[in-house]
Write a protein that binds this ligand. Sequence first.
Ligand code: AMP
Ligand code: TRP
Length: 343
Amino acid sequence: MSEPTPSYTGPQRVFSGVQPTGALHLGNYLGALKKFVALQHTHDCIFCVVDLHAITVPQDPKMLASNTRKITAAFLAAGLDPERAVLFVQSAVRAHSELAWIFNCSARMGWLERMTQFKDKAGQDKERASVGLFAYPVLQAADILAYKATHVPVGEDQKQHLELSRDIAERFNRDYDAPGFFPLPDPLIKGPGARVMSLKDGTKKMSKSDPSDLSRINLEDDADTIARKIKKARTDPEPLPESIDGLKGRDGAANLVGIYAALAGTTDQAVLDEYAGKGFGIFKPALAELTVNAITPIGEELARLNADPGHIDKVLADGAKRARAIADPIIEDVRRTIGFWGS
Ligand code: AMP
Ligand code: TRP
């Protein structure tokens, strides 16, 4: 019988990333930012604006820099404290690119060929997609493991990428006979809000790239806009059911109940306990009020921070320094483990 593989015994650390590819929406907030803010009080946290991931599809250089500052502003506006958590930009720390190359040599083609996000993003014409878009999840594994992060808060759509990160960590540990060198990172996905759907189509996820602005609530939307979008959200004429089973096949209704639960910090069932038998004429205004109360203060703070790019740049410069101080010794160890000259 083979010995059980010794597992990682280093410290716990949280890492996550958000792409600078447009304004953030309620799905990003509930699936990611809200969790980040809670975790900063209980864990060592590192949060990254992933501009290297953004260039897997074409970007306008001026927009990229300004979107990078905007996502940082959204981190701060949502309540991240740069004294507690490390906030930085991926391309400012070279460890990410270096480890991504090394992991390109650990990951197998077959693993990447199974990634559904690549299939979605590359569409019909995958011959013309960038190699970077294909290797995107390998860079994601490098982001996490350059800090030996053990926990990764993300939305449901990132589940497959995190499984790949675990496979890569395991493969590296095995190939280099370094058991327990990298942790196998655990995704933190559970809870309402992990998959917020489009307000126009409850079968599609809420997304930055949906051409219809009515499909999502942006962190920058004002109170009237939020209320109007919720009022127009696609539902059905039935009242809310008593149990979750009764939401089957009612995607639009289920989505609004999930949003309510995530914002109120409760469960779908608790929301149904309160609203069973009531129609959307009652439920939607209540949801609108809850959403406005949660989102508009963030939007206002976001506008204030966007007017002060000097402050954002200072936060990012300090964060990059702290991120390098963690990642550089880990990369040195990786280099030694592989047998690179000079290590
Ligand atoms: P992205 O904007 O794709 O970089 O995503 C940033 C974070 O938001 C990731 O953790 C995603 O999983 C999460 N996220 C994006 N869209 C949604 C959604 N519709 N529902 C829940 N989480 C989401
Ligand atoms: N791929 C993630 C997304 O699109 C963003 C991301 C990049 C990430 N690197 C990461 C998330 C590392 C968690 C950990 O949402």
